[in-house]
Design a protein around this ligand. Structure first.
Ligand SMILES: Cc1ncc(COP(=O)(O)O)c(C=O)c1O
Length: 400
């Protein structure tokens, strides 16, 4: 039977403390025990339904985690204060000194910087590979490799990972496949394709209001318990804890994610198709010209489309900057990093979200100076948006 992530969210039922239709927000950092014995058992991890201290877990965080686990079809999930809080905790939990990671070379700049500059301090090394070439991925695996890491749709180049193929490799070599699904919530369900751990930055599409920072780790009960373990769990000991008030507000926004993703995808497809027809170098997984268009089709939950992210290469950084400034002036969106907002957001990744990646490596992976990354908004009249964008491009001679 087809996996229906939005049904799983819709089907969750809440009765708040006073019968509210939203769960009550747990506004406490610590929790009482009626007996000292239960407190001891809770520390030992043996008292289901008891709360200890809010860095460990809170009712509000568990509700949000439950919704995200339902969306990804994993046993459970743990929410974190940011996407990076999720990524770094997972990698530090799975790897120790002497271990090795094989990672896609096109990933979010912060993740790249963590693997390139930070984890080597703990003697954890990473090989960065072209994730679309399974033979290269396999060739990079060594006896020390513990983790295969990728983004389902990569930031910013929109490369698409063959998750089922990578899962097979992970199984064969006894590795954990960790997938960051931030760019394609609902469209792609990595755990259904064999990923062991699925991560999101909730800051983006899932929250969708650009008012919160958050992250989540979706996985097995065993792995999430490990992360929360009071003795050696990265989430417990590194402290990337989400605040309960934030968890409650993000939970409310998730309920409209399916409607928002459909509109982001419709708008993304319309603009990408038309801008490509106009002769612009356009990358969008929904275009037949995208090298992984067919692969995406085999993985996707069709209803949610190809997502709200596309890139245009306008030739040079100067042109990209001029276009972004003009589009902002005309109120087409904001010159801002991040994604998933109701208005379009655009930035030049080479000098912003991917600036942690050295210039020569940016070139090698095809990240050119003139590249603009668009997170298309929920525009109700995308034809009007397209006409206004075209006007800006003509004024700057990017289009004839
Ligand atoms: C694909 C991806 N993963 C992770 C992150 C990090 O998330 P956060 O900013 O919530 O820490 C980002 C942020 O830009 C991202 O784009």
């Amino acid at each position: 039977m087809a996996f229906k992530p939005a049904n799983n969210i819709q089907d969750l039922q809440y009765f708040g403390e006073f019968g509210g239709v939203n769960p009550s927000i747990s506004d406490s950092s610590t929790y009482t025990f009626l007996s000292a014995k239960t407190m001891f058992d809770t520390f030992e991890g043996n008292a289901d339904g008891c709360y200890l201290y809010s860095r460990h877990s809170t009712p509000s965080n568990l509700y949000l985690g439950q919704a995200l686990a339902a969306m990804e079809g994993t046993q459970t999930a743990n929410v974190t204060a940011s996407g990076m809080g999720a990524i770094t905790s997972v990698l530090m939990q799975l790897c120790g000194a002497g271990d090795h990671i094989v990672s896609s070379r096109t990933i979010y700049g912060g993740t790249y910087a963590f693997l390139k500059n930070f984890t080597p301090r703990f003697n954890i090394e990473t090989s960065f590979v072209d994730i679309t070439k399974l033979d290269m991925v396999e060739a990079a695996i060594t006896p020390k490799t513990k983790v295969l890491y990728c983004e389902s749709v990569s930031n910013p180049l929109l490369e698409v990972a063959d998750i089922a193929g990578l899962a097979k490799l992970a199984k064969k070599h006894n590795l954990k496949l960790v997938v960051d699904n931030t760019f394609s919530p609902l469209s792609i369900s990595p755990a259904q394709l064999g990923a062991d751990v699925v991560i999101h930055s909730l800051t983006k599409f899932i929250n969708g209001s650009s008012d919160s920072v958050g992250g989540v780790i979706c996985g097995t009960q065993e792995f999430i318990d490990d992360l929360r373990n009071v003795n050696d769990g990265a989430c417990m000991l590194l402290g990337p804890t989400m605040d309960s008030l934030r968890a409650a507000s993000i939970l409310k926004n998730i309920r409209t994610l399916h409607i928002r993703m459909q509109q982001h995808s419709l708008n993304g497809m319309f603009l990408a198709e038309n801008l490509e027809k106009d002769g612009l170098k356009t990358v969008y997984p929904g275009l037949a010209s995208h090298p992984s268009h067919d692969l995406f089709k085999t993985m996707m939950n069709k209803k949610y489309g190809f997502g709200g992210m596309f890139t245009l290469d306008v030739g040079s950084l100067d042109k990209a900057n001029a276009l972004m400034e003009l589009m902002q002036k005309r109120n087409l969106g904001y010159l801002a990093v991040s994604l998933g907002f109701y208005k379009t957001l655009f930035s030049a990744p080479g000098s912003s979200t991917s600036s942690e990646i050295p210039e020569n490596e940016q070139k090698a992976m095809g990240l050119s100076d003139g590249l603009i990354r668009f997170s298309i908004g929920l525009d109700a009249d995308i034809e009007r948006t397209y006409a206004m964008m075209k006007e800006c491009m003509k004024e700057l001679k990017i289009l004839e």
